[in-house]
Design a protein around this ligand. Structure first.
Ligand code: KIV
Ligand code: NA
Length: 275
């Protein structure tokens, strides 16, 4: 199992860190077989797996349910699980209770939470309790209502400075890594250079220490629109649809199941049944 030390070393040695989201047994298993460095059970599961139109409805129970399946599929892969909307940075008691449940019940290696300076005390609280935290700044989908939509963050001098300060604050609070989402590549490069913990980018250019993509985006599986920063490496939409159409057609025509997919029995064994 890789550890936070492996990832620090990778940063120091300029070896890129690969991360992908996974939400269930097969996606985790395939990702592990492809030798991904880290898995994220993202709350994006609310959208790509559960069909909500944002990550806001996702619950702690949802994260545990999917997190456990992922751990069964990739028991030897460093797995990070998102704390969902309003499950952290509430009261200390509730934050600890939720974090404890997700961490303990899934056996994950770290939890991720969105936010910069504002969540630094929470990052410190969890770290001191023994739960490693991955931070997430830039476009933070749980607060898109506050941000005014899904858009690139850190474009003005003021926003860029705030993002850098957020990155430093989460590092000082004990975060083991930082996800940078939807920030200009040059700003991501500066942040990556100024902090010691590895940065993992999504829509943040090539100079981050690692990259993360959403499984269903990368494979084009059930998603219709891809953001600018997604490169589709697969086309499961078309291959899945074609396979299902073929199945429907063959059942209708009576060509499936054929002999090949059917069990046989000695005719004599059926004699009594006609009586
Ligand atoms: O939920 C998620 O998939 C994420 C990644 C986009 C970083 O948080
Ligand atoms: Na997320």
């Amino acid at each position: 199992m890789k550890t936070r030390r492996t990832f620090s070393k990778m940063k120091q040695e300029n070896e890129k860190i690969t991360m992908i989201t996974a939400y269930d047994y097969p996606s985790a298993k395939l990702s592990a077989e492809a030798e991904i460095d880290m898995i994220l059970v993202g709350d994006s599961l609310g959208m790509v797996v559960l069909g909500y139109d944002s990550t806001i409805p996702v619950t702690v129970d949802d994260m545990i349910h999917h997190g456990k399946a992922v751990r069964r599929g990739a028991p030897d892969t460093f797995t990070v699980i998102d704390m969902p909307f309003m499950s952290f940075n509430v009261s200390k008691e509730d934050t600890l209770k939720n974090a404890k449940r997700i961490f303990q019940e899934t056996g994950a290696q770290a939890l991720k939470l969105e936010g910069g300076k504002d969540v630094a005390p929470t990052i410190e609280l969890l770290t001191k309790a023994g739960i490693p935290v991955v931070a997430h700044v830039g476009l933070t989908p749980q607060t898109f209502n506050v941000l005014g939509g899904y858009r690139v963050q850190g474009k003005s001098e003021e926003e860029a400075e705030r993002l850098l300060n957020d990155a430093i604050a989460v590092q000082e609070a004990g975060a083991i890594s930082l996800v940078l989402e939807c920030v200009p590549s040059k700003l991501a490069a500066v942040i990556t250079d100024k902090i010691k913990i590895p940065t993992i980018g999504i829509g943040a250019g090539a100079e981050c220490d690692g990259q993360v993509l959403v499984y269903h985006d990368l494979l084009q599986y059930g998603v219709e629109r891809l953001a600018k920063f997604v490169k589709p490496y697969g086309d499961l939409n078309n291959s899945s649809k074609e396979s299902i159409e073929k199945y429907v057609e063959e059942v209708k025509k009576g060509t499936f199941p054929s002999e090949e997919h059917t069990y046989s029995i000695d005719e004599d064994a059926l004699k009594g049944l006609y009586g």
